[in-house]
Design a protein around this ligand. Structure first.
Ligand code: TRP
Length: 331
């Protein structure tokens, strides 16, 4: 199995990102080959500041390394450093239906929300994402539920390429998280925890100090009743049960069993303590890693070199299959 995934370099990652994506990435390092990418080129699809983007790449790199990504056991790099991604984007665009791109939920939402410029990059976002994965011939793509449509498009594009130009690319599979997939906002538990769409008090950032983390969790909205059980009419308590289960690495029903009869106050206190303890070492490692940008650059450069070795081989095959450049000599 070869795993590939990408993460947006938005500096501040929250508990939902952590339990939904980052923890999965760390786990996948142990199961075969894993390739992880900070997608700085995707970040250009909406208005941005160049200096801010570079900083955000460092912030996110340090966060992932602090969480346990090990550059010795995975390939970890910055998308923009490996030019094959952009070259393959163009190649794939010839087998991508324009109509499919305009139908993507994310494109529709982001272009409707865009006040400045609806860039062509926003429309092309899923083609670049397909290139990210296909250039490594990855088999597995761990992503959040919100990426399903992009994964289906990527699979269609790979299959259409192979049908048109001969078997060249691997059709990958999306892997969607079970636990921690949907960590909800603590104040608005019918919405996903999010940097943009949620409430500041309901969003726990990985780098929040322990007091802030504890305060946000203790003041999470709860529901009527007093039992610690999951139920459709108890989105607040259900969310806290999911969070504690993910942090402790056990099933939600085990949380319900152990807090049977204990009431909301004691339960929220336990969730707060557990999350504080869980995030504290990550935050400490982050501070040390983030302080050394030279070392972060060295790690990313070494990763890009390994990535390029794989990506450039795929591009030789793609170019040849598409009739670009000379036919390669066969031994
Ligand atoms: N679009 C993904 C997200 O927002 C990030 C991403 C970019 C990605 N390229 C990828 C994820 C390739 C998986 C594979 O979460």
């Amino acid at each position: 199995m070869r795993t590939f995934s990408g993460i947006q370099p938005t500096g501040r990652k929250h508990l939902g990102n952590y339990l939904g994506a980052i923890v999965q990435w760390v786990a996948h390092q142990e199961r075969g080959e894993a390739i992880y990418c900070l997608v700085d080129l995707h970040a250009m699809s909406v208005p941005y500041e160049p200096a801010g983007l570079r900083e955000a790449v460092y912030d996110t790199a340090a966060t992932l390394l602090a969480a346990g990504l090990d550059p010795g056991r995975c390939i970890f790099f910055r998308q923009g450093d490996v030019h094959e991604h952009t070259e393959l984007t163009w190649m794939l665009s010839s087998v991508t239906a324009h109509g499919d791109l305009t139908r993507m939920h994310q494109f529709k939402e982001k272009s409707a929300a865009q006040r400045e410029l609806v860039s062509a990059a926003l429309l092309y976002y899923p083609v670049l994402m397909a290139a990210d994965v296909l250039v490594y011939r990855a088999t597995a793509v761990p992503v959040g539920d919100d990426q399903r449509q992009h994964i289906e498009l990527m699979r269609d594009v790979a299959a259409r390429f192979n049908a048109r130009f001969g078997e060249t690319l691997v059709v990958p599979e999306g892997h969607y998280p079970e636990v921690g997939a949907r960590i909800m906002d603590l104040q608005l538990p019918d919405r996903k925890m999010s940097t943009t769409g949620g409430s500041p008090q309901g969003t726990v950032y990985i780098l929040d100090d322990p007091k802030t983390v504890a305060k946000k969790i203790r003041s999470a909205v709860t529901d009527s009743g007093s039992e610690v059980v999951r139920a459709p009419d108890k989105p607040g308590i259900s969310n806290l049960i999911e969070i504690l289960a993910a942090v402790r690495g056990i099933a939600p029903h085990e949380i319900e069993a152990s807090f049977n009869g204990s009431g909301y106050g004691a339960f929220k206190g336990a969730v707060a303590d557990a999350v504080v303890e869980y995030l504290a070492p990550v935050r400490e490692r982050y501070e040390a890693l983030r302080a050394d940008e030279g070392e972060l650059e060295r790690i990313l450069a070494a990763g890009a070199e390994k990535a390029r070795a794989i990506a450039s081989t795929t591009m030789l095959d793609v170019r040849e299959a598409m009739g670009v450049g000379p036919v390669r000599a066969r031994q």
